[in-house]
Design a protein around this ligand. Structure first.
Ligand SMILES: [Mg+2]
Length: 103
């Protein structure tokens, strides 16, 4: 299955406005799943991860359509690279600060 072809078909069938609403709805569903797991972790209870996987997939698929429609593949790739680098640097800096605080 060609993912890009499915994205194009979905946008062409439902329209970009409807798929933007789908992104909003799927992000809300993912947020709710994260909240459920957070609450279970706080309470020391058990939780399943199948729904989390489902909602992550939904967000990836709907955002993939929007990314495709607006031609954002390269910009998203750049942003991911830059943000991952910044995250790694922040963690490194925090580790250095923690070591300085201890010594
Ligand atoms: Mg969903």
């Amino acid at each position: 299955m060609d993912e890009v072809k499915v994205y194009d078909k979905a946008i062409s069938h439902y329209g970009i406005k409807r798929q933007l609403v789908m992104v909003m709805e799927e992000c809300a569903e993912l947020s709710k799943e994260c909240s459920k797991i957070y609450r279970a972790l706080e309470a020391g209870g058990t939780f399943g991860i199948d729904n989390l996987a489902e909602e992550i997939a939904d967000v990836q698929i709907t955002t993939g359509q929007v990314q495709r429609f607006f031609g954002l593949k390269d910009k998203v790739k750049e942003q991911r690279k830059s943000k991952l680098k910044r995250l790694a640097e922040r963690i490194e800096n925090e580790n250095c600060k923690n070591q300085t605080d201890i010594s």
